[in-house]
Design a protein around this ligand. Structure first.
Ligand SMILES: [Zn+2]
Length: 378
């Protein structure tokens, strides 16, 4: 018997701090947008499309997992589509009592209809704000630069490639990330929904420290930073993210466990504990990308026992076929988690948001008594 049932998990106020817009759409919406825009998808009905997009059994690597996004990106190229996808994602999260959601997306992947770059940000913000007005949910937007050069799927990337033909793909991807960072800092002054910056895409061969300039731009603009690291690459990528790019949180961070018994990197492990750097844990996605061989082998339990600050996230609700409730249930059913640990995990989520201090405090004051009553009362 699990320590708590699904009904209670669903009812509890929760956060999701690592959730990709293009990996968390509804299948029905992908089909409906494709029909409106006369876009050919690899399948024309929900069941067949799900077989292509949803990673039921997992795939061989992060690179394979990322290929699925080419399908959802086909339909996410207009302001209406972006607004709708953002609204529906926040709506789905609100319906399972996610009280605070941070959605991330890479604007550069949504340039194929030649929308002005800033309009791409604004469309997603508009969908999130619309959901906030209708549901009891607060949202934040994390803007991603891309580690690789998205030549096949981004019009802006192709145009740049044609014009700056003396640049290598690597140099171009650094320029695109820098441009994205500049627009992020500029728009963050105007839109409080923009709370952070990240770099996404394949880790191997694209170290975070190469994007130093983009992160410097973000640091100068006083915007928060989270970085995908320690998923497809070892603890060195996590070290770079905190040391060179000043990450306030780490996306995945799974392979930080390898630092624990490494004579050179052991202090990185304790640094995470001492500085209370949050780790955005995505259990299902980590199994599907082969980051861990099985759910049982995920280091979450070690992290909790070692008092690291972890928060449970979905990564991609559609591609990983999951919800925040599902992630908590998998955690509870697989590991010997106590109610106290569960309480801490949920609170860590609220403590790790990129919200301004007063707003974070207000939500914490609201959810703490509920969580105490439901999980800690004897
Ligand atoms: Zn991710």
């Amino acid at each position: 018997m699990p320590i708590v049932n699904r009904e209670l998990i669903e009812k509890l106020p929760k956060t999701d701090l690592h959730c990709h817009l293009d990996g968390s759409m509804r299948v029905s919406t992908i089909l409906s947008l494709a029909e409106s825009y006369k876009i050919r998808l690899p399948a024309d009905n929900e069941d067949d499309l799900k077989k292509i997009i949803v990673m039921e059994k997992g795939c061989s690597s992060l690179v394979d997992y990322l290929k699925v996004f080419d399908v959802t990106l086909l339909v996410l190229q207009t302001d209406e589509a972006l607004e709708r996808a953002a609204f529906e994602l926040a709506e789905d999260a609100a319906k399972e009592n996610v009280r605070y959601l941070e959605v991330r997306f890479a604007p550069i992947l949504h340039t194929n209809s030649l929308l002005p770059f800033e309009k791409i940000f604004e469309s997603v913000i508009s969908g999130l704000v619309r959901a906030e007005k209708r549901y009891k949910i607060k949202t934040g937007l994390l803007v991603c630069g891309m580690r690789n050069f998205p030549y096949e799927i981004s019009h802006m990337a192709r145009r740049l490639h044609d014009r700056l033909y003396t640049f290598t793909d690597k140099e171009l991807s650094l320029q695109l990330a820098l441009h994205t960072a500049k627009v992020t800092t500029k728009l963050s002054q105007q839109y409080p929904t923009i709370v952070g910056f990240d770099i996404a895409g394949p880790e191997n061969g694209y170290p975070a420290k190469d994007f130093y300039e983009a992160f410097q731009e973000i640091i100068n603009g006083h915007v928060s930073i989270t970085i995908h690291a320690g998923e497809a690459y070892g603890p060195e990528s996590i070290e770079q993210a905190v040391k060179y790019c000043h990450a306030h949180r780490i996306g995945h961070g799974t392979r930080l466990i390898e630092a624990k018994d490494d004579s050179k990197l052991r202090t990185l492990y304790t640094y995470f504990k001492d500085k209370r750097i949050p780790i955005e844990i995505c259990l299902t996605s980590n199994v599907q990308t082969g980051t861990v061989p099985s759910l049982e082998k995920h280091p979450i339990k070690n992290f909790l026992e070692d008092k690291l600050r972890c928060t449970i996230c979905t990564d991609n609700r559609l591609v990983s076929n999951t919800t925040v409730t599902d992630e908590y249930m998998r955690l509870i059913e697989t590991f010997n988690i106590s109610k106290e640990e569960l309480y801490k995990l949920i609170i860590y989520g609220f403590e790790s948001t990129f919200l301004p201090y007063e707003e974070k405090e207000a939500i914490l004051n609201e959810v703490e008594p509920i969580l105490k009553r439901e999980l800690l009362a004897k």
